[in-house]
Design a protein around this ligand. Structure first.
Ligand code: SF4
Length: 728
């Protein structure tokens, strides 16, 4: 092949958030990204790009990223570089020995949010977890969206069957605890979310935001309503109550549990929940009437409502209202995407709580235990105590509750391996760090995020830059899985670990489809691409399923393929025992009593909530100079009335049950009195990342309390944390 001597424009999907925007990337002859633009020919994102996407090149070759395996000397704390063989040998000598001494449950894994954005995270992490053979699996899901998945699992039978607002067709959108103008959307894959909201209003639709802050999204809305943090479930029950009381229900899907839902809502009339929520009863009644009267409507609630004490009940009621108003699975309402690959394979109804955590008895969900109890499981002696940990693309010291406890807990581990591009606040405890390649060296397909898209769409991006002599991320994970179990990781037994994983999966899928003889028909440059080809061929639009899609079709359409608007999918996607939508799952009815008991509780004087920032995504983009300048500021938003009432100056000492922080204040009328807001993911004071260290901020999760969880899902609670403030 002739050497490349000119800059070239290349296409790929942005891997940095859930919006899956198409990017057009200019690379110089030495494979450095020189500019990034939105891909105008992408039929879904149509050229949209945000500051994070525009900084993709800086992230791709961040000078502080880890490029070779690192091994830490436990005595001195010093890191040294190692070859890949040396690093895997080091792991193979030590990790299995810990497990042999203490049992399989002494091993644990933590998976960070970026795994949802990579091919490796989706296709190869499962094999890694199977190799570990432990029930101690943790992820960012239980610090984020697990309540939505548990609620969806109980209502629809599968936790991946999550309805999304049909943004482009709805006439009325009620949005709670979401700020897509900063986040670009979550559990609702919608590139150019802001443009879609403007279009909603432009076509005469109505858009209402409920949030303790006047967010940028709220400023775009027809109406913004302040609500006391953590009380969204009460508001939604008030709406359900009104729908029943005023006979406004209009069910258009087959359901069970209607009477039980009506009974559960009986205690939450708008007058009763008004004091708890801070939303006037008349407004709650009006919202119910507007939802019922709109030609089409959707309720959408996101992270602010998930990471709250009644997160799962909130998510349940969102879709209960969508169903009661005739908007579930209906154009313009809340609908289910039909993704081209990676859709549900479950045959039996979802069931959470199949096992519980050792120390606190918190429930499993989707094979995971709550991250809120990870520190307990490491620090509490006894059989099953975690002694060895694998993290993949995660920084729970900054992103999970009681981060300081986790920091101390990780220091106690016998052995820790991290697959990560940075030495960060979590991976500094690792014995070995295995770096993934640059994002431009990896393929991209959004298996997870396209399950939640507001329009059916597919796109595959090949790696833009050759790997050279380093392994791909799938190869790193496959070799790691072998090393963790003491199996040969280098192919010395004649079995390449990556090939072995892929062939096992491919053979299993072909066998299940009844076409084992088609193995030779799969195309692709490697076994990863062959797996993707197979998933596409067997998917709902697939060549082997009566459609046309396969990998070659996607390669021939590098801007992506529009697969049309969302289509009604009930009852086909249901996996409930009844075959109907369950409007009153028993585990959630059981939790209603806890809510009822809290109705008359006195509200804390001040509560803490989080805050999303456009140029930040959790903890991991703070080493990019173009992203940490500008609007990102790790300050405490506080209403000026509270500043005056408490006699505060520029800074305040904030105390919670979990810890104490001194933070700079940013008084603003945009936040309701009695509520303060601090973004999470900051606190890089002693970071090895040079840019992040100079924009350190404070770790908000010093204040969040890992002893408080949403009971049905075990999800951490970051919103509504009681705090006190004093002058610094
Ligand atoms: S909105 Fe998300 S996907 Fe789109 S460019 Fe920004 S970070 Fe990338």
């Amino acid at each position: 092949m002739a050497p490349i001597t000119q800059s070239r424009n290349l296409l790929r999907t942005c891997p940095l958030c859930e919006a899956v925007c198409g990017l057009e990337i200019t690379m110089d002859p030495d494979d450095h990204v020189t500019s990034v633009r939105g891909d105008r020919s992408d039929p879904f994102s149509k050229g949209f790009i945000c500051p994070k996407g525009a900084s993709f090149g800086h992230l791709d070759e961040d000078r502080d990223r880890v490029t070779e395996p690192l091994i830490r000397d436990r005595a001195t704390g010093a890191w040294r570089t190692a070859t890949w063989d040396e690093a895997f040998d080091y792991i193979a000598e030590r990790f299995p020995a810990v497990v042999a001494r203490h049992g399989a449950q002494s091993a644990a894994a933590y998976l960070g949010n970026p795994n949802a954005h990579t091919v490796a995270g989706t296709l190869y992490v499962p094999a890694l977890l199977r190799a570990l053979g432990t029930k101690n699996i943790y992820s960012a899901s239980t610090a984020d969206q697990m309540p939505k998945q548990v609620a969806s699992g109980l209502m629809f039978g599968d936790p991946l069957t999550v309805p999304v607002p049909d943004l482009d067709r709805t006439d009325y959108l009620l949005m709670l605890g979401a700020n897509p103008l900063e986040s670009n959307g979550s559990l609702c894959t919608a590139p150019d979310f802001p443009g879609r909201l403007k279009a909603l209003r432009g076509r005469g639709g109505r858009f209402v935001v409920v949030d303790p802050r006047v967010t940028r999204t709220a400023k775009l809305a027809d109406e913004h309503l302040f609500i006391r943090p953590g009380s969204d479930a009460y508001l939604l029950f008030g709406i359900v109550h009104t729908l029943f009381a005023e006979q406004l229900t209009d069910l258009r899907v087959e359901v069970t549990g209607l009477d039980e839902l009506r009974t559960a809502a009986a205690a939450f009339d708008p007058g009763t929940v008004s004091a708890r929520t801070g939303v006037p009863a008349s407004t709650i009644v009006r919202l119910a009437r507007e939802l019922a009267a709109a030609p089409t409507a959707a309720v959408y609630a996101r992270i602010g409502t998930c990471t709250a004490e009644f997160g799962t009940i909130t998510q349940w009621l969102v879709d209960a209202i969508n169903a009661l108003t005739g908007n579930l699975d209906s154009p313009g309402g809340a609908m289910f995407a039909t993704a081209a690959a990676g859709g549900i394979t479950r045959t039996k109804p979802f069931r959470p709580g199949r096992w519980t955590s050792r120390v606190r008895g918190l429930p499993e969900a989707m094979g995971e235990l709550p991250v809120a109890t990870l520190a307990d499981e490491i620090t509490t002696p006894g059989e099953g105590q975690i002694r060895a940990l694998v993290t993949v693309a995660g920084n729970p010291v900054l992103s999970a509750p009681s981060g300081a406890r986790l920091d101390e807990a990780f220091a106690q581990l016998d052995f820790m391996v991290s697959v990560d591009r940075y030495v960060n606040e979590t991976t500094k405890h690792a014995d070995v760090i295995l770096p993934p390649p640059r994002p431009t060296q990896s393929p991209h397909y959004d298996f997870a995020l396209l399950q939640f898209a507001v329009r059916n769409y597919t796109r595959y991006s090949r790696p833009l830059v050759p790997l050279g002599d380093r392994p791909s991320e799938p190869a790193v994970l496959a070799r790691l899985a072998a090393a963790l179990t003491g199996r040969p990781h280098d192919g010395s037994d004649g079995i390449d670990p990556l090939t072995a994983v892929d062939e096992l999966v491919i053979a299993g899928m072909l066998h299940k489809a009844g076409i084992p003889e088609r193995r030779g028909d799969l195309i692709g440059e490697n076994s990863t691409e062959q797996r993707i080809d197979l998933m596409l061929r067997l998917g709902p639009y697939g060549e082997w399923n009566g459609g046309t899609l396969n990998l070659q079709v996607l390669l021939d359409n590098p801007h992506g393929i529009d697969l049309g608007p969302l289509q009604p999918r009930l009852p086909g996607v249901l996996r409930t025992a009844s075959g109907r939508v369950d409007l009153a799952p028993q585990p959630l009815l059981d939790d209603v009593e806890r809510m009822r008991a809290r109705l008359s509780d006195a509200a804390p004087e001040i509560v803490l909530i989080g805050r999303r920032q456009l140029r930040s995504n959790n903890s991991w983009m703070h080493n990019i100079a173009t992203l940490v300048s500008g609007s990102n500021r790790c300050t405490l938003h506080i209403n000026p009335a509270d500043v005056a009432r408490l006699g505060l100056g520029d800074h305040a000492v904030v105390k919670s049950a979990a810890g104490t922080l001194t933070v700079p204040l940013e008084p603003t009328e945009a936040i309701m009195p009695g509520v303060v807001s601090l973004p999470h993911g900051w606190g890089h004071g002693d970071s090895a990342q040079t840019v992040a260290r100079t924009h350190a901020g404070v770790n908000a999760n010093v204040l969040t309390d890992d002893s408080v969880v949403d009971v049905p899902s075990g999800n951490a609670v970051f919103n509504g944390v009681p705090v006190t403030l004093a002058p610094a």
